[in-house]
Write a protein that binds this ligand. Structure first.
Ligand code: FE2
Ligand code: FE2
Length: 265
């Protein structure tokens, strides 16, 4: 019997639309990979777009309904938005491993598959919390456009790392402490605890990004700070702006010097 390939296994998860199924499938691929049940062979391309469930309805960012900030409904809408981010993050991590694994090697694959397992867990935790609070993932519209960064950086692993973990995931390090406070202030300690746990994992995800990015810079003879700035300017449409969570960013490998290069002050 031939061993199934990692690329085919990853592609199958990305093309699984239903959230519960995708979570189970993602965990299963990671487990099989760690058990040596998948060949490190990249014999199929990653899909341009992962499969999505019928709900949530995906809206352009500027068409998203406003969330009331202080209210219980506002906090529920925020949890829903975070569930969606984690859901997309499962496919982002899988895509990194499946798309760039062949050129980047085993450690890269190990790292991004472990990220995929974390994101599946993050999504499951928030989705369960939504249910406990009487809602569910899919009950509200969600932000269409999180996959844009994947499309924009599909051609180059350096660009992917520069934008997805090092800008987008790193942003969570800055904003989550205030979000945790907001849930605590609203008396929702359980959600606050879930978000705190998630941010601890996100530091590790960003660190994987900075570590592999540094290795690529080494190989290409680029300075990490300059190359990051160039790639962010070229491939990221938003702005990187303070306040930054300096200590969390430092733990993730993003020094003040690195931040000074890309920050819009
Ligand atoms: Fe996450
Ligand atoms: Fe993450």
């Amino acid at each position: 019997m031939t061993v199934p390939t990692l690329a085919r296994a990853i592609r199958a998860v990305m093309l699984t639309p239903e959230p519960h199924d995708k979570v189970m499938a993602a965990r299963n691929v990671v487990r099989r990979w760690r058990a040596g049940e998948l060949a490190m062979v990249f014999d199929v391309a990653m899909p341009d777009y992962p499969a999505r469930p019928d709900k949530p309805e995906l809206l352009p960012p500027n068409a998203m309904p406003k969330r009331g900030r202080g209210s219980a409904h506002g906090r529920l809408a925020l949890l829903h938005a975070l569930a969606h981010i984690e859901f997309v993050a499962i496919d982002l991590a899988l895509d990194a491993a499946g798309r760039f694994g062949t050129q980047m090697g085993r450690q890269f694959v190990d790292d991004w598959l472990s990220v995929a397992a974390d994101e599946a867990m993050h999504f499951a935790l928030i989705a369960r919390r939504l249910r406990t609070l009487g809602s569910f993932y899919g009950a509200m519209p969600a932000h269409d456009g999180l996959w844009d960064a994947a499309r924009e950086t599909a051609h180059d692993v350096a660009a992917r790392l520069a934008v997805v973990p090092m800008v987008l995931e790193a942003r969570a390090l800055d904003v989550t402490p205030a979000t945790v406070e907001r849930f605590l202030a609203g008396g929702d300690e359980r959600s606050a605890r879930i978000l705190q746990r998630i941010v601890d994992d996100e530091i590790r995800h960003v660190r994987f990004g900075t570590t592999h990015f540094a290795a690529i810079c080494d190989e290409r003879g680029e300075s990490p700070a300059d190359f990051w700035k160039t790639l962010v300017e070229r491939h990221f449409r938003g702005v990187v702006k303070p306040p930054f969570n300096d200590s969390a960013r430092r733990s993730a490998g993003l020094s003040r010097e690195m931040m000074a290069g890309v920050a819009c002050l």
